[in-house]
Design a protein around this ligand. Structure first.
Ligand SMILES: [Zn+2]
Length: 211
């Protein structure tokens, strides 16, 4: 089974990818992790990637697809794999089809923007021990104070409401052409990402097994 997982930041994509990979016994391939692995192993490509990333540029598609095509040849991919974090735009999606052929399903985890903004902008982290909280879903006992160590809770810059809204705008701009691309091929599976993690996983498994 070859799957691609698409979802906006905060939709729970990585969590679901791990669970599906375990259930179907297929490899979970996160392109972000792959790039970090190459850098850590100090391969020729890894050195190139490190230079590009340190200069603040995006890693070119040719490099990502090269690393990806090597990755899917590994033993753990013989049952299939689930791609998480790639493709991010239409040209990457088209290039990917050229390399790996058609996938079985493209799963879109759909969550309303309003909910994503609430999920992400409500996050608070302890400035000292790193413990995470959410103002609504997992609040500390005393507002703004870490239960574990009593230090001040802070919001990451990336989690600020305006930043999240901006990321979502970019996500929709680049992702809607991919969604159409796979929908026209008849392989898009759209599921709601609202509800408990296990509930969503069960629904995903059921839908994939029926497909
Ligand atoms: Zn703390």
């Amino acid at each position: 089974m070859k799957l691609i997982l698409i979802g906006c930041p905060g939709a729970g994509k990585g969590t679901q990818a791990k669970k599906l990979s375990k259930y179907f016994n297929i490899a979970h391939i996160s392109t972000g992790d792959l790039l970090r692995e190459q850098i850590k192993l100090e391969t020729e490509l890894g050195k190139e990637v490190a230079d590009i990333m340190h200069s603040g540029h995006l890693v070119p598609d040719e490099i990502v697809t090269k690393i990806l095509s090597e990755r899917i040849e590994r033993d753990d991919c013989k049952n299939g794999y689930i791609l998480d974090g790639y493709p991010r735009n239409l040209s990457q999606a088209e290039g990917l089809t050229d390399i790996i052929g058609e996938v079985d399903k493209v799963v879109l985890i759909d969550v309303d923007d309003k909910i994503i903004v609430e999920r992400i902008s409500g996050r608070r982290g302890c400035s000292k021990c790193g413990q995470m909280y959410h103002v609504k879903y997992n609040p500390p006992k005393a507002e703004g104070i870490c239960d574990e160590c009593g230090s001040k809770l802070v919001q990451r810059k990336d989690d600020a409401e305006e930043t999240v809204k901006n990321r979502l705008r970019i996500y929709h701009e680049t992702t809607s052409p991919i969604i159409n691309y796979y929908d026209e091929k008849g392989i898009l599976l759209k599921v709601s990402g609202i509800g408990g993690i296990d509930e969503i996983t069960s629904y995903l498994i059921k839908s994939l097994e029926e497909a």
